[in-house]
Design a protein around this ligand. Structure first.
Ligand code: GN1
Ligand code: MG
Length: 365
């Protein structure tokens, strides 16, 4: 955590100096550090970009700029009201760049805070329906993004073959000496490897396309207004080409879990089928028009895949000695792994029902 004077100095790299400026920690991201800034009458979000994770900040900010201006253009075209609350807007630093690099080598960016907004970690089926509409709309708006494909801000981010390679390396090296504690989990992961790498094979065979995806559709990356209407989608760091089953799946992993991502009481953790249904209906209402049959048939599988992927990623980080995710204590990544694995088994037990929900919603839309 940085000291407050230093943080204010960073804010003043983007906006005029103002004595009435306050900076407070915000949110619970696992990667970047976020702060809420009040400066006179203006509110902002300041973020320190994790440069170990996002290695090319120019590419990162250029993606975000393209995505937000494209969406802004669409909203204006459609005469949507209060556009400033419906898409993020970043403030350039005084030198014109969309980030500031400080003398310690940290990268910072500043965006407007979306006024009177909130996010949820736990939602109900109606809000899940609205979130589904919003992420469907998001993909739809970006479907005709002009120019080159977006940069892969993290190469192979949702590529399960790659994640399993990293995992195997971590098992082989056992850097933190933790392997003997998790040998059963390692077997569970290996047993599912073939099933979970199917999308990569489908893609190579030309059967599964990549589209512009959000790639971090966590439930708390949607902002709602005071009437619980969706304002906008946030956390645009990983918007890049990917499979739509990833975005669908990551929402279910977070929004349709009856417990917490790192719940230590595994009895709390299971798939909530009502939320699954709400989100599916909303998502397909907006997305069915552009999805192929193969994509629709693989949505429910996406929920399993993203939960499996997160299990693998947390366990890899545990084996490597907690170098990627922020952790609250030394067993945190193991607790996260166990909770995600429990959610995966609950999805496996309910998979037929999940498939039926998708088919029913697809037939209606
Ligand atoms: C990270 O920082 P946050 O919470 O938005 C991660 C996601 C994971 C998630 C697990 C760049 O997201 O991929 O799904 O934690 N982001 C990155 O909750 O690795
Ligand atoms: Mg994120």
């Amino acid at each position: 955590m940085q000291n407050s004077d230093k943080l204010k100095e960073i804010v003043f790299q983007f906006v005029e100096k103002n004595d009435a400026t306050e900076v407070k920690p915000l949110g619970a991201g696992h990667i970047n550090d976020s702060y809420k800034v009040k400066s006179g009458d203006n509110e902002y979000v300041l973020q320190r970009i994790n440069h170990d994770v996002f290695k090319n900040v120019d590419h990162l900010q250029s993606n975000i700029q393209r995505v937000t201006s494209h969406i802004r253009g669409k909203l204006n075209e459609n005469k949507v009201s209060e556009v400033d609350r419906k898409v993020l807007s970043f403030i350039p630093a005084h030198d014109g760049k969309l980030y500031h690099k400080d003398e310690e080598g940290s990268y910072w960016r500043l965006m407007h805070f979306v006024s009177d907004s909130k996010s949820y970690d736990t939602i109900n089926p109606e809000l899940a329906y609205r979130a589904g509409l919003a992420f469907g709309e998001f993909q739809k708006m970006l479907a005709d993004l002009p120019g080159d494909p977006l940069f892969e801000t993290i190469p192979n981010f949702h590529n399960m073959e790659f994640r399993l390679e990293e995992f195997k390396e971590a098992v082989k090296n056992d850097k933190a000496g933790r392997l003997s504690k998790v040998s059963d989990l390692v077997k569970e992961i290996e047993a599912r490897g073939e099933e979970m790498t199917e999308p990569e094979r489908l893609h190579r065979e030309g059967k599964l396309p990549k589209r512009t995806n959000h790639c971090d559709t966590k439930v708390n990356n949607i902002l709602f207004d005071s009437n619980d209407q969706v304002l906008c989608v946030v956390d645009l760091d990983t918007v890049m080409p990917g499979y739509v089953l990833s975005d669908f799946g990551d929402f279910m992993r977070t929004g349709a879990n009856t417990g917490e991502e790192d719940d230590t009481n595994l009895d709390n953790v299971s798939i909530d089928l009502d939320i699954f249904e709400g989100y599916t209906k909303g998502y397909l209402e907006n997305a069915a028009s552009f999805l192929t049959k193969v994509e629709i048939d693989n949505l429910a599988f996406g929920a399993k895949l993203l939960t499996y992927m997160q299990t693998v990623r947390f366990l890899t980080d545990y084996l490597n000695g907690d170098t990627y995710y922020k952790t609250k204590h030394k067993e945190h990544n193991l607790e996260r792994t166990l909770a995600q694995f429990k959610l995966l088994t609950s999805m496996e037990d309910n998979f037929d029902k999940m498939q039926q929900i998708v088919s029913k919603a697809a037939a209606k839309s």
